[in-house]
Design a protein around this ligand. Structure first.
Ligand code: MSP
Length: 499
């Protein structure tokens, strides 16, 4: 059995969970469910990032202590992920005691090994982002995210010797010890590492109270990003000592392109300094805009995942987000397009097909449909599975959705071709054979959609009367054509009601 350790970024609790956070988290959940379905030992980690000046600022504005604020906001993320059926194995919070203890141990080791030195940091600091910018990164002298002019700050601090890792990082990426995908993003990272000098990075702040104090200098707190990165290890129960948990290294770390650079420089450098193996793969997906605009509070176009799950159902929203545009690139979404797509793919597509087949199958009081193998048809579904798995394993979720839609169209055409309503009157033996293949196709369809739409898959199994027996199968068993007896089928609720 292979293991599959998968992470999302941990999200800042100064904002409510929005559809952007949901996008990464749903994608990770689809993969977690897919690899579990394959029988792998999956561990899926997500959580919240709870330290730093910005969070203390938000708490104050809301007349809360920072901890109260974090508790409240972290719970909102958990609630959103519950609504969206996110099957994480651990939800880490950076204010968890064991995380803080482990981080202290780890940075003390780095300090003792000489990777951290005292220094003076001068730079352009954006309070909004909690980070320093180089002049090159600014747009018209302003932070590209917050459009504010960053402050020039000079303070005594501790520096992590990031500059020592420039060559090793390039080599490790080149050797594919550290795989960065998509290719285009990897090239950006390599281009950056080849042309710009990696500077030592300040890892502590005098001015920030809400953070983990440095064990050897209580006047400073740890820079929030260093604290945050280590979640990927503490989330597995790591105590900060030399030995790392068995599930490490991560097999896949998902994030959007906004935080790829830090994840391919500071993060692996920290691991190298700690002498801990690097994650196997980092994948940066694109950003999406809403009606062509970046989601932002000031534009008032921030989409709330809970509200949208009420609109489209949790499964509906999961489908819409992942099938609308390719995962690796930027995309645009809009509620109008979501409504259209919901109608086409879900109400008229999956929902209609399931209702159509069950209506035909329950026409006759004949409810023990038994296997009749049709070689041609079996070959077709095997081809669908191959395309589907290939797409899933390269994180091409929109291709996965296309495979599913193609399969639905195929089954629809088969119904039209075989005209079972005619056979019902003329040839009952043939009718049963056709219906068996259609019911078996629905069973396969339920398996195909399961990682993306787990609730709908269960509803289909239930209508087919096989929910509990299918739950015991793994993917290889499930893909096996036939052998299932459909003797308890029942027409059920409409899967995707029209909106
Ligand atoms: N706390 C840091 C991450 C630390 S990980 C060690 C952080 N948090 S965040 O709350 O700002 O979340 C950033 C992540 O949210 C992005 O990398 C991405 O996964 C997701 N997204 C936020 N907005 C998004 C879009 N508009 N589109 C796609 N993904 C988006 O950065």
């Amino acid at each position: 059995m292979s293991k599959f350790y998968l992470t999302t970024p941990i999200y800042y609790v100064n904002d409510q969970p929005h559809l952007g956070h949901a996008y990464t988290t749903i994608a990770a959940d689809v993969l977690a469910r897919y690899y579990r379905m394959k029988g792998d030992q999956v561990f899926f980690l997500t959580g919240t990032d709870e330290h730093g000046a910005k969070i203390a600022e938000s708490a104050e504005k809301n007349k809360k202590t920072p901890q109260e604020w974090c508790d409240e906001m972290s719970a909102r993320f958990k609630l959103a992920w519950d609504v969206l059926n996110i099957s994480y194995d651990n939800f880490i919070r950076t204010t968890d005691q064991n995380h803080e203890q482990a981080v202290k141990k780890a940075i003390t080791r780095l300090y003792q090994k000489g990777w951290i030195k005292k220094g003076l940091y001068e730079g352009l600091y954006c309070v909004g982002c909690e980070r320093y910018y180089t002049t090159k990164e600014l747009i018209d002298g302003r932070c590209p995210d917050h459009q504010r002019v960053p402050e020039r700050v000079s303070e005594e601090c501790y520096l992590f010797k990031l500059s020592a890792f420039q060559k090793p990082l390039l080599r490790l990426i080149d050797e594919k010890t550290l795989v960065i995908e998509p290719e285009k993003r990897k090239n950006e990272v390599v281009g950056f590492l080849k042309t710009e000098k990696l500077e030592d990075v300040s890892i502590s702040r005098k001015r920030v109270q809400w953070g983990i104090p440095l064990p050897w200098d209580g006047s400073q707190t740890l820079y929030v990003w260093i604290d945050a990165f280590l979640n990927y290890l503490t989330g597995l129960g790591w105590d900060g000592e030399e030995r790392v948990p068995e599930l490490w290294p991560a097999d896949l770390q998902l994030m959007a392109k906004d935080i790829l650079r830090v994840h391919s420089t500071i993060w692996p450098a920290l691991l190298l300094a700690l002498e801990v193996p690097l994650p196997k793969k980092i994948f940066a997906h694109g950003f999406f805009t809403v009606n062509g605009q970046k989601m932002s509070k000031s534009l008032g176009n921030v989409l709330d995942p809970i509200e949208q799950a009420k609109n489209f159902s949790s499964d509906g929203l999961r489908w819409l987000l992942l099938s609308s545009f390719p995962f690796g690139v930027d995309g645009d979404v809009s509620l109008e397009k979501f409504y259209e797509k919901y109608k086409a793919d879900l109400a008229n597509g999956i929902g209609n097909l399931v209702a159509r087949v069950l209506a035909l199958a329950t026409k006759l009081q004949l409810t023990n449909y038994k296997l009749k193998k049709e070689r041609e048809w079996v070959k077709k579904i095997e081809r669908v599975w191959r395309g589907y798995q290939r797409a899933m394993e390269k994180l091409a979720f929109e291709e996965v959705a296309k495979e599913i839609l193609n399969f639905i169209a195929l089954v629809d055409r088969e119904i039209n071709k075989k005209e079972p309503w005619r056979l019902l009157k003329t040839n009952l033996v043939e009718f049963q054979k056709v219906i068996y293949n259609l019911l078996e196709s629905l069973r396969q369809l339920a398996w195909l959609i399961q990682p993306l739409m787990p609730e709908t898959a269960d509803k289909i199994f239930d209508q087919l009367g096989i929910l509990s027996s299918e739950k015991k199968k793994n993917l290889e068993e499930a893909k096996e054509w036939g052998g299932v007896e459909f003797d308890k089928i029942k027409k059920g609720e409409i899967l995707f009601p029209r909106l």
